[in-house]
Design a binder for this molecule. Structure first.
Ligand code: FES
Length: 93
């Protein structure tokens, strides 16, 4: 559980590093807080539409699916279901 994030925020859920992100459309998503390219926190990145951009080399991950939307990463990431309750975001691992 975390409070409503800025566009992108790192959080720990049950001991796991999670990136909770709000898309430009205002939808919330959660993915592992780890770039599949070189293991860097995606929560330090930027949101573009419904993607998060890794701050290191610029890989893009689709927050809806976890698929790579921009190189150099080629390995997709997972996505976690989220639910909103007031100003809280709940992440299901
Ligand atoms: S570490 Fe994320 S794109 Fe390289």
């Amino acid at each position: 559980m975390t409070s409503l994030p800025d566009p992108c925020r790192g959080s720990r859920v049950a001991g796991q590093a999670v990136c909770v992100a709000r898309s430009d459309k205002g939808d919330f998503f959660a993915i592992p807080d780890r770039c599949t390219h070189e293991d860097y926190p995606l929560s330090d990145g930027s949101i573009w539409d419904e993607c998060v951009e890794c701050p290191v080399h610029g890989s893009l991950f689709d927050l809806r699916t976890g698929e790579v939307a921009g190189l150099p990463a080629f390995e997709a990431t997972k996505t976690f279901p989220v639910a909103l309750d007031g100003d809280r975001v709940y992440v299901e691992l």
